[in-house]
Design a protein around this ligand. Structure first.
Ligand code: PAF
Length: 288
């Protein structure tokens, strides 16, 4: 389908909704740069897609995967209400220049008569006090679905957002160990003008909580200016507490291993709850 306007001619992306569609498309697509997503795409995802299009230029195509993966949710209510906006996602991918959107059904990814393996978890997945402490089983589901999609699509490269910093380190470690031929590229977090990290979950924030949520980026920026990791952690917790935001963790860790800081690059990471909405964010530490 070609859509025309006075200024714009957009070739719509190919929408692939089954493994059969994917096989047909893959036969002629060449190298794939893959953008893994659960849909409900926003400007943060758009930056990943644009990066994918740039990396694919002259060598292949950029494909976006859209799949709300049931195995990585430990809260059934969170899974049930995860936003599904496929038509808008396809439009965004078209604008950003992707060649294909792969949006399969759950039975395509987890056929009832097939056991889809769960890879062993890299040690970054189970560092105490981070995601695993609050979302047990989450990274097992993430690793399972990432490997499944890698094996169905066989990409040359995959682009992930840095907002899910721990996920990026887990996927990097797993891919290096299990599919070393695939390159993992990380992309900086995209923020709203007031600093809130873009997330598909932001739409669920109550108006008052949207304002309170700004304490997360404020805490990260403030922590970047203090001298020691311990002071930074205390400063983040107090900024969040003063704003009435429930903190799951507010820590400074080694950026790659996610262990408590030693030397080298460090990252300040926060997970917080506002009502039923859980948000995460992180920045390089220290920032100055
Ligand atoms: O970051 C996400 O959106 C998901 O965890 C991913 C990587 C697409 C796996 O479902």
């Amino acid at each position: 389908m070609t859509r025309r306007s006075a200024l714009l001619i957009l070739e719509a992306v190919e929408l692939l909704t089954s493994n059969r569609d994917l096989d047909r498309f893959r036969a002629s697509s060449g190298d794939v740069v893959l953008i893994p997503t659960m849909g409900a795409l926003h400007a943060g995802h758009e930056s990943l897609v644009r990066k994918g299009v740039e990396l694919a230029r002259g060598r292949g195509i950029c494909m976006v995967w859209v799949f709300v993966n049931p195995t990585q949710f430990n809260d059934p209510a969170d899974y049930a209400r995860y936003p599904k906006t496929l038509q808008a996602d396809v439009d965004l991918c078209t604008r950003a220049g992707a060649a294909a959107v792969f949006a399969p059904s759950a039975p395509d990814i987890y056929p009832p008569n097939q056991q889809i393996p769960v890879p062993s978890l890299p040690e970054q997945a189970t560092r105490p006090g981070l995601e695993d402490a609050h979302r047990p089983g989450h990274f097992a589901g993430v690793c399972q679905v990432v490997l499944r999609f890698f094996d169905l699509i066989r990409p040359r490269c995959a682009v992930f957002g840095e907002k899910d910093w721990q996920q990026l380190q887990v996927v990097r470690a797993m891919t290096k160990r299990d599919r070393p031929e695939i390159e993992i590229v990380g992309m900086p977090t995209v923020r709203e003008p007031d600093g809130l990290a873009m997330s598909s979950r932001n739409r669920f924030l109550a108006p008052g909580d949207r304002q309170k949520a700004l304490a997360i980026s404020r805490a990260l920026v403030g922590a970047g200016r203090v001298k020691t990791p311990a002071e930074a952690e205390a400063a983040m917790r107090s900024t969040l507490r003063d704003a009435g935001v429930e903190t799951e963790y507010a820590v400074v860790r080694d950026a790659a291993t996610l262990l408590a800081p030693a030397t080298g690059a460090l990252r300040a990471l926060i997970a917080a709850r506002l009502g039923a909405v859980r948000l995460i964010d992180n920045v390089l530490w220290p920032s100055i």
